[in-house]
Design a protein around this ligand. Sequence first.
Ligand code: GBH
Length: 492
Amino acid sequence: MSKKFSRRTFAKIAGSASLASVVELPALATPPASQTRTATQSSPARQFPRGFIWGTATASYQVEGAVKEDGRGPSIWDTFSHTPGKVVNNATGDIANDHYHLYKGDVQLMKALGVKAYRFSIAWPRVFPNGDGPANPKGLDFYNRLVDELLANGIQPFATLYHWDLPQSLQDRFGGWEGRDTSKAFGDYAGYVASHLTDRVKHIFTINEFGAFIEVGYRRGVHAPGLKLTGLRLNQTRHHGVLGHGLAVQALRANAKRGTKIGIAENITVAAPVFETSAHIAAAEQATREMNAQYLTVIQEGKYTDWYLKSAGADAPKFTAEDLKIISSPLDFVGINIYTTQFVRADESSPTGFAQVPHPKSFPHAPSPWLFVTPDAIYWGPRHVAKLWCAKEIYITENGCSSSDEPAQDGRVYDTDRVTYLRSYLTQLRRATAEGVPVRGYFLWSLMDNFEWADGYTNRFGLHYVDYASQKRTPKLSADFYREVIARNALV
Ligand code: GBH
């Protein structure tokens, strides 16, 4: 791999990418790609690898609604969103995008974009209303219908088993991920899903973003279940999260049909070098390893880093050698959700060799205040994963941004900020693929505006504008942009 990252390649690619970005925006109603292609647009400097998988993503609680239908049990997000003061405007996912009923139309939106794959999540409490115990086949049937509809339209289903809607019963009985029994129940649920869906679903992600649901839900109390754990209790919860992932990988292997590929979707903390000298780059690699010690690093390496264990001291999680083996069960691919980055610099005075460089107040960000616009996150993220852990197959499982998204007089949303964001990030992603970083696909977050967790419906991330009163979906300018990217398999 290192040979492919020569300085000359860097210079060549960086140079041509910036030149090539000077092309005019296609008009809204565009003729077929073949008629509009210019020499610049078809130049290799804009192309993604052949067979690159373009997709979009959503998650169950954010879009489905129908929270009481067909035997679904309550999740911690039902409880949390119904607790006054937890979500902006006390919004809930009771109806959300009503995707549970409108999924056929939503599949048509995807088809119109030309996406090859759809990443959705399965609501655990639909399948096991209490988290464990008897299954609810009627709940699973929704995913049977969805998967069949996707395949009938030529779209590959990529399913996530856990995107934060933990069955409330597991929270009540075991303290959710604080309890090892939840990890075990997750493994059993994964096995059940594998035996019912993997005849058609060939890619499965275990868990979406430890770095969010544990850090924001169990440490900061801003997401469900709204806890503020510290010390050993927090570290043990983190450990149970990765253990649940490992048990799920094993259960999937035992129950899935041949050819099913298994991975994860983690919002890895990406350390980017303040600039590209070998010292800062080495510091950024090291920082990425340490800053993900409790999650992706232990999953990939089968051990917690010395630095993490040392700094946790008496609060270090309790675990066995067997736990570590389970946690590091081999994966077929690594999925990473990429939004933003943490800058670091080399620092010889620090025992880890790096220092974090906080974003100055003036650093540009999307309406979501955490979403600093740092396109090279999507270059360094996969590059670090490939370099640190020799990952052979990487997916960008989420990338996107919020925007104020106000419909214009003609009813359309001209989200030039989102288009600019996406083009900048995709330019950096192309830099990675051109250097041989094995990124196989990209899932844009999100197909449509949806329930943005504690922000309720105030922050919109969609390619389609959703009018929640009528459930009407309208493609934004960014949807046109993405359709063109997909049609050409290249930057536009
Ligand atoms: C992803 O998280 C999620 O997977 C997806 O469900 C979500 O809709 C999407 O991003 C857009 O946010 O409000 O200061 O407490 C991205 C990582 C982790 C970023 C939680 C926001 C909360 C910050 N997210 N974090 S704060």
